[in-house]
Ligand binder design. Structure first.
Ligand SMILES: Nc1ncnc2c1ncn2[C@@H]1O[C@H](COP(=O)(O)OP(=O)(O)O)[C@@H](O)[C@H]1O
Ligand code: SF4
Ligand SMILES: [Mg+2]
Length: 368
């Protein structure tokens, strides 16, 4: 059995197919006929993903109360067709869980996800399987994401075979070659019968990209796709994604802990802190005019090319946030450089700054 993350997804698809179809559900035909005309590719409303906290046996004897890790805690945003939306925030803030939940790889505990206007939670097992073809994921570590015992040809062909998308060997080879070339592995024939260990980290990530692109997806969740790569090859992979957006019309949810990467690649940025989006807007606007103290701190530590340009760096202190014990009021208050007395008592609401730029901080509501 294929134990890689990609293999697990393919197996989950097969398991889903065996489930019963519920009434009121959205089937494959409705999904086939859906379009993005007049709507966003994704519209996510109040998404919640809570995980139960495991309790020790003794503790479970004295208390029956359930505790939750609130990994994603009421998040709303849209993703337009053909855009790159970056989801930025430090480790543990819920980025990966958000991305996995969009693809149906994690169960949501609240809220709604609309894809082309259709609610994903109502998809039949068959529709979910088709939907997963349209929405792919690329992982941080390309070596662990692919089966080291398979040739590059088999790795890239596997999703085509599992989804019964090719009718003969020639068609399979043509599509694999096209995907490898689109992923920048040229000439593709030189790579077909090689194994992952014969390739560099950057080339392996290109193989993963080819494995996603081969299904001609609408959207790719790229989860820290360059974090494990040498700085020298990061740019090439980022350029490839921008080219796919422009030439193939692929939409990306680009997940990163590094705001400088988000700045380079994205059209819009959503900044996440402890399960919530605290600021969202056009990338240039958010970087030039950040409103939330957390965004300001992230921007303050981006290296600037001009060594003579002086900028005050805000280094956040305080405990690493824990989504199983979210602070009262504004959840950023224990670490916020601009904290006020009211911040531990009142939760901020989203405030429109300009156009599609929103932030949630009580200072924006006139508190000082
Ligand atoms: N399957 C799970 N069970 C329990 N807790 C989880 C699970 N997946 C993620 N978490 C927790 O949810 C929080 C958010 O995780 P994650 O989405 O991976 O954050 P990020 O990608 O921003 O680093 C973390 O505290 C993590 O430990
Ligand atoms: S509401 Fe208060 S604690 Fe939260 S970000 Fe604004 S100033 Fe900081
Ligand atoms: Mg992550």
């Amino acid at each position: 059995m294929d134990q890689t993350p990609k293999g697990a997804i393919l197996q989950a698809d097969v398991a889903l197919e065996k489930e019963k179809v519920k009434s009121g559900s959205i089937g494959r035909k409705a999904l086939r006929n859906a379009s993005v005309a007049g709507t966003d590719l994704y519209d996510i409303r109040d998404l919640e993903v809570f995980f139960p906290v495991r309790q020790s046996f003794l503790r479970s004897m004295v208390s029956t109360e359930k505790h939750w890790v609130r990994a994603v805690d009421g998040v709303s945003f849209t993703i337009g067709a053909g855009e790159i939306l970056a989801l930025v925030g430090e480790s543990g803030c819920g980025k990966t869980t958000t991305g996995r939940t969009l693809l149906g790889l994690e169960a949501q505990t609240g809220g709604q996800i609309f894809y082309k206007g259709l609610e994903v939670g109502k998809f039949t097992p068959g529709a979910i399987r088709d939907y997963r073809r349209h929405c792919q994921i690329i992982f941080q570590d390309p070596y662990n994401a692919i089966n080291p015992k398979h040739t590059i040809f088999d790795i890239v062909a596997e999703p085509l075979v599992v989804n019964h998308l090719v009718s003969n060997e020639r068609e399979k080879e043509e599509r694999v070659i096209r995907a490898l070339e689109e992923a920048g592995l040229r000439p593709a024939r030189d790579y077909l019968y090689r194994y992952p260990h014969e390739l560099s980290g950057g080339q392996r990530q290109r193989v993963c990209i080819a494995g996603a692109i081969v299904l001609e997806p609408d959207m790719i969740v790229a989860d820290e796709p360059v974090a494990s790569l040498d700085v020298s090859i990061r740019n090439d992979i980022l350029k490839l994604m921008v080219a796919h957006k422009k030439e193939l019309g692929v939409t990306y949810l680009f997940i990163t802990h590094d705001l400088s990467l988000a700045w380079v690649i994205s059209d819009r940025i959503a900044v996440m802190y402890l399960g919530k989006i605290v600021e969202i807007g056009e990338t240039e606007e958010v970087v030039a005019n950040p409103q939330h103290p957390y965004t300001k701190a992230l921007i303050s530590v981006i290296p600037v090319p001009d060594p003579t340009a002086r900028r005050e760096r805000t280094i956040l202190t305080g405990e690493t946030p824990n989504p199983a014990a979210i602070p009262s009021g504004c959840r950023f208050h224990p670490r916020c450089p601009e904290v006020m007395d009211i911040c531990s008592q009142q939760s901020p609401e989203d405030v429109q700054i300009r156009g599609t730029h929103y932030a949630s901080c009580l200072r924006l509501n006139g508190h000082s």
